[in-house]
Design a protein around this ligand. Sequence first.
Ligand code: PLP
Length: 437
Amino acid sequence: MSMEDALRVRELVKQHTKWFEESLPMIASENVISPMAMELMITDLHNRYAEGLPGKRYYQGNIYVDQIEEITTELAKKLFKTDYADVRPISGTNANQAVLFALTSPGDVITGPPLEGGAHISSAKFGAVGMRGVTKIEYPFDVEEMNLDVDLTAKLIRQVKPKVALFGRSVFLFPAPIKELKDVLDEVGARVWYDGAHVLGLIAGGKFQDPLREGVHVVTGSTHKTLPGPQRGIIIANPPGEDEEKKAKFWKKIQRGVFPGVISNHHLHTMAALAVSLAEHIEFGAKYADQIVRNAKALAQALYEYGFKVLGEKRGFTESHTILVDVKEQGGGRRVAVDLEKANIICNFNLLPYDDPRKPMNPSGIRLGVQELTRVGMKESEMQHVADLIKRVAMDNEPPEKVREDVIAFKKDYTKVHYCFGDGEYPAYPFYELFRV
Ligand SMILES: *Cc1c(COP(=O)(O)O)cnc(C)c1O
């Protein structure tokens, strides 16, 4: 019986994989990994432990792991043009926990973006921020600009004098106004923390903004959203302080926040995969990031021309991989996202800035990300087709099952991974059989 259960799960994984191969995955936080990165994930590294840093381990057996970690760290430094990188966090939330642990104490006050303005749950009182016993005071949001209201945010920062000022969001259409706020952040002496989970691949590709050069002290992020690597996290920094000693002290605090702060073993198989993904992004990241932003703008424009209420119109809809659409007139975010799923178009319903944050289950918006469609080879002209498929479900109310047939036919030409070693040669949605039934 238990064998049957195991095989049943295996069969479900196969079905899931095939479904995604035949779908348009548009969840803005997802991506597909390259063949060489995938290969290293199903290796003996998965079975092992390493704690601490290379050369300072608490376990034996890390001779090769140490070299792998050193190379991964060097690649991260090179990609993000910094001397400070920690590749051990096992997710973006985990990286955030480490920074909170390092830079705050229970009872502290920090500032950050509001939930309905796209902040991540880890910065909410029921997330990692709350768990640290820290209070987050929210920046005022400007719906027209789809960004923080710079003047009111400056005023708030001056009033609150936060120990840490957090920027970065999960609905991240336009760069955070770090340059505009730099003077006031300096004035109150805040540590500036940028959560770049969503846009890390765009930043590394030279698109979007360059937080470390704009006055940010520490950047956290996930390595599997626009940076198309394994599910994992990273911390990079430009530490504050006039001299190397002060900088080193800040960085040591961050690294101790990671270990022993919030992780023990740091998942060595995905770390090796990350090394490959970082190397690939050094090579292909600029081209990939450029195409992502082009595609997002093209999709937004096409939907707008069909009559959809795409947010951020005033500023050209988006500067990232994400677009946000108000579908209240089409029955609300939930209705649209559920019907799109039946048509094999996978996205999420999303709070809009003017929605009630206490009612997250039926908001007015959907969030669409184009980073995975770009990764499997789609360009601007394909975005027009994607917009058409979305319109048929959301606006024309065609039966989703009928649209699904067209989605499956359309997707057949986009099942290989691009912007990686072996560009265009390997399946994006593989299932590797290791077990013989
Ligand atoms: C996705 C996201 C995270 C969390 O990352 P995980 O890797 O899923 O833990 C943190 N912050 C922001 C802004 C995010 O969008």
